[in-house]
Each structure stands twice: as C-alpha cells, then as structure tokens.
Design a protein around this ligand. Structure first.
Ligand code: G3I
Length: 329
C-alpha cells in the first residue's frame, strides 16, 4: 500500500494540515483523513458566521461538521480566524469606536473560551497590514492600532494560556516590504511582552516566482522571526502553476518541483517552522480558480479536480520523507 502523507509524518513533530469545508463527498473525507493530522475551518468559524446577531454565538452546520470530523478522525484543531477586516458581522459596521473595541474583545474572549483546551492554535489577528501601505488597515487604526492588537493577544492569552496565538497574513512569506512591516510590528509587540507566539505565512503563491532565491529568502524570513521569539507556520499554502512555460504536463511537473523544494525549505529548521497547512487540498474545491481567474486545468493543489493525487502529491511525500529521514539521523 502506498504511503500517505500521514504515514510519513506520524510520530514526528511535523504537522501537515488542511483548510476544509464540510462536503458530502466520501472520497474527499477519506483523502483528508488519511493524509492530514490537522484540520482548520476554511470559512465557518469567522465572526460573520458565528455571530450573525450581536452577542450571539452560532456554530453553523458546516462548522459543527468539521468539529465532528476533527474529533472522529482524531486530528489537531487549528482555529481560523478570530479578528479579520473581512467577514465581519453586518451589525459591526454601525458601531462607534468604543463599541467596536468592546465587541472585538468580547468576541476574542468568547471564541477562546468556547474552544479552550480543544484548539491548540488560533489565527487571532488576520491580515492587519495593508499591501498598498505596508501599514495597519483602517479598521485596526480606528480601534487603536498596535496598542489594541497588543490588548487582543493579552485577552486571548488570559483565557487560554496553553493556546498558541498567531498573527496571520499573506504576501509575506519571503523578505519584502510587507514582511518587513510585519516583522517590525511583531518585534515591537514582543518587546512589550505581548503574548504572541507565531507568525502565519499564508503562501498563496505563483509557482513560477518561487525559484532558488525565493526559497532562500523564505528561510531567512523564518529565521529572523525565530530570532525574536516567534515560530512560523505556513498557514494557507497553494501554488499556482498556470504561468510556468510549456505544456500542461510540463507546468505540472515544474509545480511538483516547487512543492518539493518548498516543503524542504520551509521545514529545514523544525524548531522555527514545523507546520504546513494547505488551503484545501484538491482543485475540486479550491478558491484559486475564481479569485485568480485561473483555468481549472491548472490545479494549484496536490490533488486534482477529481481528487486524484498529482505529481505534486508525490513530490510533497518525497520531501517529507527526506525531512523525516534527516530526523532519524
Ligand atoms: O456555502 C456557504 C453557505 O452555505 C452559507 O450560507 C453562506 C453564508 O454567507 O456562505 C457560503 O459559504 C461561502 C464559503 O466561502 C464556502 O464556499 C461564503 O459565502 C464565502 O464568503 C466563503 O469564502 C471564503 C473566504 O475566505 C471568506 O471567508 C473562502 O472559502 C476561503 O477560501 C477564504 O479564505 C481566506 C482566508 O480565510 C484568509 N486568507 C485568504 C483566504 C482566501 O481568501
């Protein structure tokens, strides 16, 4: 029987997770169960869906189904996400500044309490830095900027001191102006004694850009976060292949090589980064085609649109086996 990802990483410190939605799709569920040791909700634990009405907590059908799957499949439960400028409840926008601050802190307390002891890691603050300015987005400036973000993490830590608290963002996996801004913000927070433990590097990337220097820059980025007391997690990985030169088969082979090199590089120091989460695992349910206007033949994930394993799946397993063999000395 061919080894799965889970067969390779079991009994090691490596976590390979997937974002997921509930589906009545046995092949999807079986593939998810046999390959991943962590699940995270792709959408249904976001504030808009949890609190359609003020001070309401509503675990909808999708969210509950995933919680049940985590328990039935005996998986790690990563929480995504508590505070984000998107998917805010409709009623939030009409609040005054102080009411927003109160509502946000109450939501943090409520989610941390609800899943205390169940969720080992939360994306507490998601995407607070704007691409256009490399500064805090308006919502965060309005409620008090970095001082408020500091307060958010302290409140979260007070409720569940055992939970790993993450700042999560995109387009910041390698060293660039945005990751510099995030590094500087998190360094300031750490210097204040803020209980923030990890940075989530989403990594929704175009594979054709991920050459050798890209991987080296990611390793340097992870190392500098580690130098200020922050581990890293690759939190939302998908690698687009449509911009590679060549035929479809050649594009998919190049994508597989990028997945191989990426997993090796990201997991090259497991003290600093030991976890990679795919943002869903099959082209059948990926967000990429619609958002990036990509033809469905160019699947960004290790299982294709029919949930069949691809060359990228084999490449990921080869990389993981080499990382694990390296652990064994
Ligand atoms: O299917 C449900 C429907 O049953 C429900 O009644 C309705 C209520 O709005 O929502 C429907 O679900 C949609 C969901 O995706 C499932 O397909 C939501 O409308 C839609 O907003 C949601 O989009 C998600 C998006 O975040 C917003 O939450 C995407 O799946 C998800 O891939 C995307 O993920 C984000 C990360 O959280 C943060 N980083 C970027 C990433 C991609 O945008």
């Amino acid at each position: 029987m061919e080894k799965t990802i889970l067969d390779i990483i079991c009994d090691t410190p490596i976590v390979v997770g997937t974002a997921t939605k509930h589906r009545e799709d046995p092949l999807y569920s079986d593939t998810r169960r046999s390959n991943f040791n962590m699940y995270t909700h792709e959408w249904s634990l976001k504030w808009k869906h949890v609190s359609p009405k003020p001070s309401q907590v509503h675990i909808n059908k999708d969210a509950q189904a995933i919680i049940d799957a985590i328990n039935n499949d005996n998986k790690k439960f990563k929480g995504h996400c508590i505070l984000w400028h998107n998917d805010l409840p409709d009623w939030f926008h009409a609040l005054g500044v102080q009411e927003k601050q109160t509502a946000m802190l109450n939501h943090v307390k409520s989610m941390m309490q609800m899943f205390k002891g169940k969720v080992y890691k939360w994306d507490v603050v998601n995407e607070a830095i704007a691409d256009s300015t490399n500064d805090l987005r308006p919502m965060w400036k309005e409620v008090g900027g970095i001082d408020f973000i500091d307060k958010v993490f302290r409140v979260a830590h007070e409720v569940d001191p055992e939970c790993t608290l993450v700042y999560n963002d995109y387009a910041c996996t390698k060293i660039n102006n945005k990751s510099n801004a995030i590094f500087n913000m998190l360094k300031t927070l750490k210097e204040r004694g803020c209980p923030i433990h990890e940075v989530g590097l989403q990594t929704h990337e175009d594979g054709a850009c991920m050459r050798h220097m890209w991987m080296e820059s990611m390793k340097q980025n992870i190392a500098r976060f580690y130098s200020i007391g922050l581990t890293s997690t690759i939190s939302e990985l998908d690698i687009r292949c449509h911009t590679f030169a060549g035929s479809l088969d050649e594009k998919l082979e190049k994508q597989a090589d990028v997945y191989y090199r990426f997993f090796k590089a990201a997991l090259s120091d497991l003290r600093a980064c030991n976890e990679i989460t795919l943002w869903n695992f099959t082209g059948k349910y990926t967000w990429v085609y619609d958002f990036f206007k990509v033809e469905p033949m160019y699947c960004p994930l290790p299982w294709d649109n029919d949930i069949k394993p691809t060359a990228s799946y084999q490449a990921i397993k080869r990389a993981l086996q080499e990382v694990v063999d390296g652990l064994m000395g």
